[in-house]
Design a protein around this ligand. Structure first.
Ligand code: ASP
Length: 305
């Protein structure tokens, strides 16, 4: 039986200022176009989420790939995960510094490795051995982010920062999809949080935290302040509620309530089940999101915008 494909993407949840809205909407629309090209010709959900995420990694609007936030040492350090709900195969990379598209390396791990997760130099070596070119870390650093880090560190030395306020941007990217064969998949990619300690890994690339996919429950991708999300294993928490018979829309909203109430966290989530029912929720003022099905396409930074 052929299913009608569905694709949902996000480009971060935070108090996005008005002047950044257009760039975010353009970015998620471009990502949807790339993912949709895969789905409409009968390609897999895994391929679709990979292509959608690559587009946002290449877009400097987002905290993924080139243009990501810098860590305390002024370096870009990237994390990504991709997961296939049909097989539960997954591929993750953490703390990579020389990959333009960490989701491509994660995908190679999913498809070609018996392991699930590689970090740092070993992840880069795996990628290079599987045909992915390495870049220099400087190639991923842009002047806007050098300036952002400089200002942040200056303010910190005066005791004036709250890194985890919802006004601090969270521009992590992610996608979830249902393909014609009825399989679902998810992918998430991030540069993590501004001024993070070198070696810090967030939720985004951890299975069940920032990303999860199982045909029997749901595929989910999160964004937001990573430490609270990790503690709740939030993507899996949400998928479990859907497996228990709840609608994705309800489960996504409940996940945001749980995040706030249990650990005072903030962020956003997109989720899809194998029937193509979706949930899109956030507890920050805005989240960049996009939705596409056979007869509907929507995107925005607020849910009813
Ligand atoms: N969740 C990401 C992290 O903590 C950041 C984000 O979503 O913006 O690494």
């Amino acid at each position: 039986m052929s299913h009608d494909p569905v694709l949902v993407v996000h480009g971060g949840a935070w108090a996005m200022p008005d002047e950044m809205v257009d760039a975010h909407i353009r970015g998620v629309n471009n990502a949807m176009a790339a993912g949709w090209r895969v789905l409409e010709r009968g390609g897999s959900a895994v391929d679709a989420v990979e292509e959608a995420v690559v587009v946002m990694e290449d877009d400097e609007t987002f905290d993924a790939g080139r243009g990501s936030f810098l860590n305390r040492d002024g370096k870009v350090q990237l994390d990504a995960l991709i997961m296939d709900g049909a097989t539960l195969r997954a591929g993750g990379v953490g703390c990579v510094e020389r990959l333009r598209n960490p989701v491509r390396a994660a995908r190679k791990i999913l498809s070609e490795s018996s392991h699930v997760y590689f970090v740092a130099e070993g992840a880069e070596r795996f990628a290079a051995e599987h045909g992915i070119p390495l870049c220099k870390n400087e190639d991923l650093v842009i002047p806007r982010e050098v300036e952002r880090l400089r200002k942040y560190q200056l303010r910190s030395s005066n005791g004036g920062n709250d890194l985890f306020a919802p006004t601090i941007s969270h521009d992590t990217v992610g996608a979830v999809a249902l393909d014609r064969d009825g399989n679902i998949a998810a992918a998430t990619s991030t540069g993590g949080t501004l001024n993070k300690d070198p070696g810090r890994l967030g939720d985004s690339s951890l299975i069940g935290c920032g990303c999860y996919a199982d045909n029997l429950s749901a595929a989910a991708s999160t964004t937001g302040w990573g430490e609270p999300i990790m503690k709740l294993v939030l993507a899996k928490w949400t998928a479990d509620r859907i497996a228990a018979g709840n609608l994705p829309e309800w489960a996504a909203q409940e996940a945001m309530n749980h995040l706030k109430q249990r650990v005072d966290g903030h962020g956003g989530i997109i989720v899809i089940d194998a029937q193509g029912q979706v949930g899109i929720a956030y507890n920050t003022p805005r989240m960049a999101w996009g939705y596409k099905s056979v007869n509907k396409q929507e995107s925005g930074v607020e849910r009813n915008s």
